[in-house]
Write a protein that binds this ligand. Structure first.
Ligand SMILES: [Zn+2]
Length: 171
C-alpha cells in the first residue's frame, strides 16, 4: 500500500509504469535522485505510519501525512481572531503567530510569514501545477502551500490547512 506521497515520489522520477510493474531500476536519472533525496529527508520527529494513524484523526492524517487538502471554509480557524500561536498538529512545534494572520478570502487560514525555523518548503508538481509545498520542519507534516500573492510586508500567502494546525490563545 503506497501513500499518495510515496506514489508521487516514485512516479515523479521514473513514471508510474515502473512502479506498477514492480520494476526496481538500478540506475536512475537526476530527477529521480532528487526525489530519492526527498524520500530520505530526515526529520527530528518521526513515527511509523501506524503511530501517526494513532496520533492523528483520520482527517488530520490525510492532510499531514498524505498531503491532502481540507474543504475550503471548513476550518474553524478561519474565524480565529484571538492573539496566540498556531502550532503543528503533528508535533506541536509553534509555526505561525496571530500577528501575521490575514483574511485571504480563500477559505483557508492564511499568514504572510511563518515563525523563524518553523517550516520548510519543496516544489510540488502534482495536479499539473508547480506550487511551493509547505511542511513542518520538525515532523515533515504537510501544512499547505505558499503563494506570491500575499499582503505586505512579505508579499507571501501561506495557505494552510486548519486541520494541520492547533491554536493556543495567548494567556
Ligand atoms: Zn510538526
Amino acid at each position: 500500500m503506497f501513500s499518495r506521497r510515496q506514489f508521487l515520489v516514485a512516479s515523479g522520477g521514473l513514471g508510474a509504469t515502473a512502479l506498477v510493474m514492480g520494476v526496481l531500476p538500478k540506475f536512475s536519472a537526476s530527477v529521480a535522485l532528487v526525489d530519492e533525496a526527498r524520500a530520505l529527508e530526515v526529520f527530528e520527529v518521526t513515527h511509523s505510519d501506524s503511530e501517526w494513524r494513532a496520533l492523528l484523526s483520520a482527517e488530520q492524517y490525510v492532510i499531514l501525512r498524505e498531503e491532502g487538502t481540507e474543504r475550503a471554509y471548513s476550518s474553524p480557524l478561519n474565524n480565529e481572531h484571538r492573539k496566540g500561536i498556531f502550532a503543528c498538529a503533528g508535533c506541536d512545534l509553534p509555526l505561525f503567530s496571530s500577528d501575521t494572520k490575514f483574511d485571504s478570502r480563500t477559505g483557508w487560514p492564511s499568514f504572510w510569514a511563518p515563525l523563524d525555523n518553523a517550516v520548510a518548503t519543496r516544489q510540488d508538481r502534482s495536479f499539473g501545477m508547480l506550487r511551493e509545498e509547505v511542511h513542518c520542519r520538525r515532523c515533515g507534516g504537510h501544512l499547505g502551500h505558499v503563494f506570491q500573492d500575499g499582503p505586505k510586508p512579505t508579499g507571501l500567502r501561506y495557505c494552510m490547512n486548519g486541520l494541520a494546525l492547533t491554536f493556543k490563545p495567548q494567556a
